[in-house]
Design a binder for this molecule. Structure first.
Ligand SMILES: *Cc1c(COP(=O)(O)O)cnc(C)c1O
Length: 241
């Protein structure tokens, strides 16, 4: 398990590189949000992160996410933002609506409909991103790039969700430069969709970039980067979640 000091150092390093990328691309620091991806880490480690100033966490599994939200709520720490970044099954939507700041992984009309219905039931509006499959064969989830516009038009009709932008998971590569073309394609898509002025759609967020490639993603226009390993160290999947 990572120590509190190691985590602090990692976090400072990541923030420094984000700042460099932001400056290099002539953007503003406040235009890029760092999402600390805490999946597989125990709550003790998340507390280290909170002590170091982290207030935005990303998780990819509903049960784990809900357990962590419960834990921090039981400690009356209510200023933490939770983002669901992993694949979401429709039968689990009810556990997270009203508890998360944003769902990054909406990739079907059916899922959007269920989030909409659950949001109506709870009297909330849920912010979502459309997950786009940027074209590599390995990724199982996400709407095909070519179908992105029609998908957004379809989910825009739901009144209890707000479409805030796009998300993608780029391929795992040794050299982050290999993913630049995907990130720039995503940025262009987001601008194209914004230009269509679709009611209830505001392409203000672009969630892309992970430990291996977040600086390149920022240079290409990411507004949210999802960094796990870079902050928390290598994940240990041997522990039961
Ligand atoms: C795990 C995960 C990340 C973080 O990955 P790292 O390479 O550890 O930074 C980002 N996005 C999603 C969707 C993830 O599941």
């Amino acid at each position: 398990m990572i120590t509190e000091n190691e985590l602090k150092e990692n976090l400072e390093y990541v923030k420094g590189r984000i700042l460099e990328a932001v400056k290099k691309s002539g953007r503003k620091e406040e235009d890029v949000k760092l999402i600390s991806v805490s999946k597989t880490n125990p709550v003790e480690v998340l507390e280290y992160a909170v002590n170091a100033g982290v207030r935005v966490f990303g998780e990819n599994k509903v049960q784990e996410l809900v357990d962590k939200i419960d834990y921090f709520e039981s400690k009356s720490m209510n200023d933490i933002e939770w983002h669901l970044i992993g694949h979401l099954q429709t039968n689990k939507v009810k556990y997270i609506v009203g508890r998360v700041k944003m769902i990054h992984s909406v990739d079907s009309e059916k899922l959007a409909a269920v989030i909409d219905a659950e949001s109506a039931k709870k009297g909330v509006i849920t912010d979502v991103l459309a997950e786009i499959n940027i074209g590599d064969e390995e990724s199982k989830f996400g709407v095909a790039f070519e179908d992105a516009v029609s998908f957004i038009e379809k989910i825009a009709v739901f009144k209890n969700i707000r479409v805030m932008g796009l998300m993608c998971i780029a391929p795992f590569v040794e050299d982050p430069e290999e993913n630049r073309k995907f990130f720039s394609k995503m940025k262009k898509l987001s601008v194209d969709i914004q230009d269509k002025n679709i009611h209830n759609v505001n392409m203000c967020e672009l969630s892309m970039g992970m430990t291996g490639d977040y600086t390149v993603a920022i240079e290409e226009g990411a507004t949210m980067v999802r960094v796990g390993t870079g902050i928390f160290g290598k994940r240990d999947y041997s522990q039961k979640q």
